[in-house]
Design a protein around this ligand. Sequence first.
Ligand SMILES: [Zn+2]
Ligand SMILES: [Zn+2]
Ligand SMILES: [Zn+2]
Length: 247
Amino acid sequence: MAKRTKGKCKYCGKEYTMSYMNRHLSACEERRKQLTAQTGSKRCGYFQLAVYSKYDRDYWMFIEVRDTATLKDVDSFLRDIWLECCGHLSAFTIDGIRYDVQPDTDSFWGIPARSMNYKLKSVLEKGMTIEYEYDFGSTTELMITVVNHRPGYWQKDKLIILSRNNPPVFICDECGEKAAVFISGEYDWTGKGLLCEDCIKKSEFDEEMFLDICNSPRVGVCGYNGSDIYPDQFVSDLDKETLKNSK
Ligand SMILES: [Zn+2]
Ligand SMILES: [Zn+2]
Ligand SMILES: [Zn+2]
């Protein structure tokens, strides 16, 4: 079995695989220090969520979200970081109920879907795992586990990333040496089509047929070329400090 991807802890910068990170986040000294130092006049609750691809466990994230944020907020974030290619539909499934980005209210087929305007605290509970789908054609399926809920002080950001997998490395199918940066849209069924910068320049490849390799479970699907907002490599607080000091 291939080695599992690791990711950095936002607070201390240490790298772990997803399951170790899950344990680490509740034990991280640096995080504990920062959380105890937080103050404010307004209290609120935060959900800690593990988000991962249903079929490819190399892609995962831990996020913390204010419990009064809505499913729509989480949907927007997932689109921004992992999914958005051409405005496809999406839905959460929680306890057998669907929460659609565009609910079809007059549907007479079974239970009508709900909207995504529900607050997390009205639909989530610690320990539950829910499903999420983006694009009902070439679907990207995610799982979200509610790892924890904690009381805290109101912070400006309603959603923060605690950790995220480092970009997996793909090797070029042509030369078998260099890191691939392009992926063929037909990769799924040919099992071939990963190319490096040099190999794509060879005349037999039509660049139009290739997408950028990006750190997302939607890599190579539809027209997905990666996030415009989030870099592929998650930057820990420590990295930010180093970057600042080197300037
Ligand atoms: Zn840590
Ligand atoms: Zn698309
Ligand atoms: Zn190559």
